[in-house]
Design a protein around this ligand. Structure first.
Ligand SMILES: *[C@@H]1O[C@H](CO)[C@@H](O)[C@H](O)[C@H]1NC(C)=O
Ligand SMILES: *[C@@H]1O[C@H](CO)[C@@H](O)[C@H](O)[C@H]1NC(C)=O
Ligand SMILES: *[C@@H]1O[C@H](CO)[C@@H](O)[C@H](O)[C@H]1NC(C)=O
Ligand SMILES: *[C@@H]1O[C@H](CO)[C@@H](O)[C@H](O)[C@H]1NC(C)=O
Length: 494
């Protein structure tokens, strides 16, 4: 899905960009940052930095659920990621040379321009000389390069990964200022990237002028911001990250970002994952689950299925609506008719307490749900009445007294449910706890209100960035702000 979204930007052939091209305008020289690179109107702020992959539980509670970016410096070095040393052009060519890959034909992103298809071999032969940039999903034929980052290894994250995209280029490449509908973990295996990150709270300012709503990007020329055409960009505070080889950065869903890559060769892989609203503790090795050095291939767990993607879209609609009572659930969805929404609610309300908990919402049988209630997931169909006592859980539920008439369960399920029953008995309480927490908008987030830096130091004093790290960051601030304009830009490439 992320991939098709991403590709859709290439297929618009009309031109708009020209209208926004910039003319030097001396009368506006008093506007800070006028005709300068994006972010020049004010100093960028730093983001929280740690010295390795954040553990899944801290990553969830302090960053994902708070929708705050985190910079995991040297995370790939720390786990001796094979990609740092082995993913050379020679290796990629030898292993995937015959693959057809998607190539942008301009280093400066232009969403009106078509991309083209080359073989990997052709691309590697050409890319250092020609104006091109590989942007290609690894999902179908290059899955061997997808190793699940430790921060996404458990807690439910492992079921949310929708795609992994490779970005390979040389010299300066620049993206437009845009946001994505999915959470994003960007990891850099070679080269450098400068990131401009803008909190989604600045939505009105970013989207006030020249914003293409259906493709979620701004028409602003990121190299020469015309402050007379985009005056409200002058009001925005932003964060900067200067990524180096070995670093990963979490870019929260909805945050605007602009990426400039530089140095000779740069290779990144980014992991798109659905936003996770609830962290399943029992799914992780131990409570304070330390990040492990083990990287497992995505093949072992698979990418999120299309039905799991539908589950996450449903949760996106429900997450900020308060206690999920029957009535609230019904009014939160525009799709379908009330009777069917009520039937669906009853089938998901495993513990019959007239409210849906995250554990219920994350564990109902999504394949069965999509089959019987396509309309709830905005799919066509749904005229047929589902069986009256349809239950969307494994057979163990029936031990809690729910009448079960559907005989779809096979023998395999029986042994499975035996194993699950002990854990499941603990869930009803969870459902109540969930309700108590629900009356604030942040109720799905961690209840911890401890200071992030402290919390991180506790977890691993030596690895997370210290005072010394801060100083380094400040000197980098200066470096960035002087040196913010793209390096090695050959004008004729742009
Ligand atoms: C990485 O490359 C080295 C040197 O060529 C090789 O010995 C090693 O087996 C490779 N590692 C993996 C995991 O492929
Ligand atoms: C910038 O913000 C200030 C205070 O919020 C507001 O008064 C001003 O109109 C804003 N400027 C623009 C160009 O939106
Ligand atoms: C939480 O994780 C455990 C262990 O993987 C799993 O059995 C259980 O179904 C999960 N719970 C939910 C609600 O997803
Ligand atoms: C269930 O477990 C029993 C005993 O352990 C075993 O004999 C049987 O083959 C299992 N059934 C399935 C479907 O795995």
């Amino acid at each position: 899905m992320a991939y098709s979204l991403m590709l859709s930007k290439f297929v618009h052939a009309t031109l708009i960009l020209m209208n926004w091209s910039v003319y030097a305008n001396e009368g506006n020289s008093h506007l800070r940052g006028h005709l300068k690179p994006l972010g020049s109107h004010t100093l960028g702020k730093g983001v929280t930095a740690v010295g390795k992959f954040s553990s899944p539980s801290v990553f969830f509670s302090e960053f994902v659920s708070q929708r705050q970016p985190i910079w995991m410096r040297n995370a790939l070095d720390y786990i001796n990621h094979v990609g740092l040393t082995n993913w050379t052009d020679e290796y990629i060519k030898a292993k995937f040379g015959h693959e057809s890959v998607n190539v942008e034909v301009s280093k400066k992103e232009n969403r009106q321009q078509r991309s083209k298809t080359l073989t990997m071999r052709q691309f590697i032969y050409l890319y250092k000389e020609e104006d091109m940039y590989l942007v290609h999903s690894l999902r179908n034929s290059m899955e061997d390069l997808v190793l699940v980052p430790p921060s996404l290894a458990c807690g439910g994250f492992q079921k949310t990964i929708q795609d992994a995209v490779m970005w390979l280029g040389s010299g300066t490449t620049m993206s437009v200022l845009h946001y994505d509908m999915l959470d994003n973990l960007l990891c850099l295996f070679d080269g450098e990237k400068n990131l401009v990150l803008i909190d989604e709270i600045y939505k009105e300012d970013v989207e006030a002028d020249g914003f293409v709503q259906d493709q979620s990007y701004s028409l602003v020329d990121v190299e020469h911001v015309d402050m007379t055409k985009f005056p409200r960009l002058g009001n925005i505070s932003w964060k900067r990250v200067r990524m180096r080889k070995g670093d990963c950065v979490y870019i929260p869903k909805g945050w605007y970002h602009q990426v400039t890559s530089s140095t000779d060769r740069h290779l990144a892989i980014n992991y798109w994952f659905s936003h996770l609203y609830w962290f399943n503790e029992t799914d992780c090795p131990s409570e304070n689950s330390a990040p492990t050095k083990h990287l497992y291939p995505i093949r072992e767990i698979g990418f999120a299925s299309s039905n799991e993607v539908l589950r996450s879209k449903l949760l996106d609609k429900l997450h900020d609506k308060g206690i999920m009572t029957r009535q609230n659930f019904i009014s939160s969805l525009d799709s379908s008719n009330e009777e069917r929404k009520e039937k669906f609610f009853n089938a998901v309300d495993k513990y019959k307490d007239s409210a849906l908990s995250w554990s219920e919402l994350y564990s109902f049988d999504i394949d069965k749900a999509v089959l019987y209630f396509p309309d709830i997931f905005d799919l066509p169909g749904g005229a047929d009445s589902p069986p009256d006592n349809l239950v969307l859980f494994d057979p163990i539920v029936y031990a809690h007294g729910v009448d079960f008439k559907d005989d779809e369960r096979g023998e395999e399920d029986e042994n499975h449910s035996e194993k699950k029953s002990l854990k499941d008995t603990a869930l009803p309480d969870e459902s109540l706890a969930f309700k108590e927490k629900l009356d604030t908008t942040q109720s799905f987030a961690s209840t911890e209100d401890s200071n992030i830096e402290e919390r991180i130091d506790e977890n691993d004093k030596s690895q997370y960035s210290s005072e010394a790290g801060k100083e380094k960051q400040e000197s980098e601030d200066k470096e960035w702000n002087h040196d913010h304009k793209p390096m090695n830009v050959k004008k004729d490439e742009l």
